[in-house]
Ligand binder design. Structure first.
Ligand code: CMP
Length: 225
């Protein structure tokens, strides 16, 4: 059982839910430690639980036939994943792996159903999480379909930045990771980062990328620069 409801109070899953519900909710979750590099589940697995990141970082990705990977998201404390299979009982739509030592709060389907019977707001909040993800997926489809490599790399950097990835705006990222996020090649990422750095939009040092000018980078995203 968890001792502290602070994190649950901050996750979008429990927005607008009364404090006493959090006490009950925390009992419905099981906290589990995952060492860095552990697979939580693979795309195609059957899934009967959703997860809230209590501590650490999770990578959501898919591997394609030629072994190339597409990374959909890096998730940090308070963020939710695995809700899709919990809801529609279809196989996992993507794989999840912890990239740092992590504690995940696991909510199994039965406990979830008990919780939403008592607090329907939780189901409403899940719908909100899915709506937000669909908006992001629509934007991503647009960027990946119509924008050049510059726009795609700018999109991936802004997305990570807005997800709170890194510390004080400094994001530790390899060129390969950025390529997997932006649907382009490692070589292209190297070229684009170099150009954006020379234009004064980024600082790139020792494996870290820092956005200097988000407004102008946004213009790059939409192909305006
Ligand atoms: P599920 O299909 O159960 O397992 C994989 C999870 O990855 C999925 O639920 C979502 O929680 C999450 N997921 C899938 N696609 C995306 C995406 N584009 N962005 C962020 N998270 C995603």
């Amino acid at each position: 059982m968890l001792r502290d409801t602070t994190l649950l109070a901050q996750t979008p899953l429990f927005q607008g839910v009364p404090p006493q519900a959090l006490e009950i909710a925390q009992e419905a979750f099981t906290a589990r430690f995952y060492p860095a590099g552990t697979t939580v589940f693979k795309a195609g697995d059957l899934g009967a639980a959703l997860y809230v990141v209590q501590q650490g970082r999770v990578r959501i990705f898919r591997t394609y036939l030629d072994e190339r990977e597409r990374v959909f998201a890096f998730l940090g404390p308070g963020e939710v994943f695995g809700e899709m299979s919990l809801l529609d009982e279809e196989p996992r739509s993507a794989s999840a792996e912890v990239v740092a030592d992590s504690v995940l709060l696991v909510l199994y389907r039965e406990a979830y159903q008990g919780l939403i019977r008592r607090y329907p707001q939780v189901a409403h909040n899940i719908a909100g999480i899915l709506a937000k993800r669909l908006r992001e997926a629509d934007l991503e489809l647009e960027v990946l379909s119509f924008e050049e490599a510059r726009g795609r790399v700018a999109y991936a950097l802004l997305k990570l930045y807005r997800q709170g990835f890194g510390e004080n705006g400094r994001m530790k990222l390899t060129h390969l990771e950025l390529a997997q996020l932006s649907g382009t090649s490692r070589e292209t990422v190297t070229r684009v980062l170099h150009a954006l750095k020379n234009e004064g939009l980024l600082r790139v040092t020792g494996g870290y990328v820092e956005i200097v000018d988000t407004t102008t980078l946004e213009e790059v995203l939409y192909g305006l620069r």
